[in-house]
Design a protein around this ligand. Structure first.
Ligand code: BGC
Length: 417
């Protein structure tokens, strides 16, 4: 049976600037990717060349049937040196947002998706309170130029990710910057030092969380003062946390460190952005490895599409504001597996809606096969294939199926794939 959605339900796909635009040369990640001994599999390079091909991507998304595009604007392009705001970069993003409107896509704009201008990271990055002030100032300039074209705004993407990965036992709590020599080398290359040089993902997890929480609250107020009137929220990395035999305490600790501070702050937001890929099981000693018999994906975590249900429920319960699923998807070379993943995930979404949870939209991650950070171009999250030689875009069956759901504003698991 087809499940209908509220008339204004948002169906979209998401990308992030550094992962698709290409040549983000003023960013901290660009330097890290190019430092000898780097932990990045390969540099981002031209990425998907979206800087030049945005009109094609926007047209493709609209033609597939979607109603919204979640993209990020790049702080390193907009403020490549402290206090120098590039009007040309802001004008570029105005053209991108205008192209969305022309094609009937509601732009959802994220103001920070992992990368910083190098000068910010070299001068304290996400371990310094100064960064919250600098971020708020950048948001003020950017929203001043773009606000009238924005339909939904996300301040920060997954500010809880380092805390979340450290609670799941994937990253050390103090951050890998203390352990990986290439980070010290990168710091030296830009005239900084390991104490000050603090990129996202690689720095102290709890310190990053606290500075980013302050940055979220400050920028939320800035974005709300317009121009434009749009809902403002933050997006969180949320695994479905499951306790196994005595793991309740560890599970609670993990949620308290990584989700709860942001979910509680979100009570003052207009929505909470939920981003889910898998689950983490906790035993009495802490996080557990993948369960026997459950497939493990290229990202190292379990194939567990039903995770979306638990994360939506938990986020709605604690934040008590409407939920937007701002990312959900799977890295795989097998699009049939992707289709099966989305079938399960959308069924989980429907079950939340049937229980009256206020979910306002759903974004697939990702529109394109793009740059997957430390993993390079290996994992493919796109519903649209990107040829790495020619940059040609080819929608996969999953893109057509999700586009049909979006166009009909109805989901029927029986005919999805
Ligand atoms: C991030 C994306 C990333 C995706 C898949 C999320 O944590 O927001 O940038 O590509 O997960 O790993």
């Amino acid at each position: 049976m087809a499940h209908p959605f509220r008339d204004d339900f948002i169906w979209g796909a998401a990308t992030a600037a550094h992962q698709v635009e290409g040549n983000n040369t003023h960013s901290d990640f660009w330097l890290l990717e190019h430092t000898p001994g780097t932990a990045f599999q390969e540099p981002s390079g031209d990425a998907c060349d979206q800087l030049n091909r945005y009109a094609e991507d926007i047209a493709l998304l609209a033609d597939l049937g979607f109603g919204s595009y979640r993209l990020s604007i790049e702080w390193a392009r907009i403020e490549p040196e402290e206090g120098h705001f590039s009007v040309a970069a802001l004008e570029h993003y105005r053209r991108v947002l205008a192209a969305c409107h022309e094609r009937g896509l509601r732009p959802c704009v994220t103001f920070h998706h992992f990368t910083n201008p190098l000068w910010v990271t070299a001068d304290g990055g996400w371990e310094s309170d100064r960064t919250a002030d600098r971020f708020a100032r950048y948001c003020e300039r950017a929203v001043g130029h773009l606000g009238d074209l924005i339909e939904v705004a996300c301040t920060l993407n997954e500010p809880n990710l380092p805390a979340s990965l450290s609670m799941a036992g994937v990253l050390p709590a103090q951050g890998i910057k203390q352990l990986a020599p290439f980070v010290a080398a990168a710091a030296q290359r830009c005239g900084s030092d390991l104490e000050r040089f603090s990129p996202f993902l690689l720095s102290d997890a709890l310190r990053t969380r606290d500075v980013m929480l302050a940055a979220h609250m400050r920028s939320r107020d800035v974005l709300r003062s317009g121009p434009g009137e749009f809902p403002v929220g933050v997006t969180l990395a949320m695994q479905d946390c499951v306790a196994v035999a005595g793991g309740e305490e560890k599970l609670k600790e993990a949620r308290a460190a990584s989700f709860d501070p942001f979910l509680e702050a979100a009570r003052e937001d207009d929505f909470i952005g939920v981003q889910t890929y898998s689950r983490t099981r906790f035993g009495a000693e802490g996080p557990l490895p993948a369960e026997e018999g459950v497939p493990v994906l290229v990202m190292g975590y379990e194939y567990w599409p039903q995770a979306l249900e638990g994360t939506i429920r938990y986020a709605a319960d604690v934040a008590r504001v409407p939920v937007l699923v701002t990312e959900n998807g799977i890295g795989t070379d097998d699009d049939a597996q992707r289709v099966a993943y989305y079938r399960e995930a959308l069924s989980a979404l429907v079950s939340c809606l049937e229980d009256g949870i206020d979910v306002r939209g759903y974004y697939a991650w990702s529109l394109l096969d793009n740059y997957e950070w430390l993993f390079g171009y290996g994992p493919r999250f796109g519903i649209v294939d990107v040829d790495r030689e020619t940059q040609a875009r080819t929608p996969k069956p999953s893109a057509h199926l999700l586009g049909r759901v979006a166009r009909n504003n109805a989901f029927d698991p029986g005919t999805f794939g």
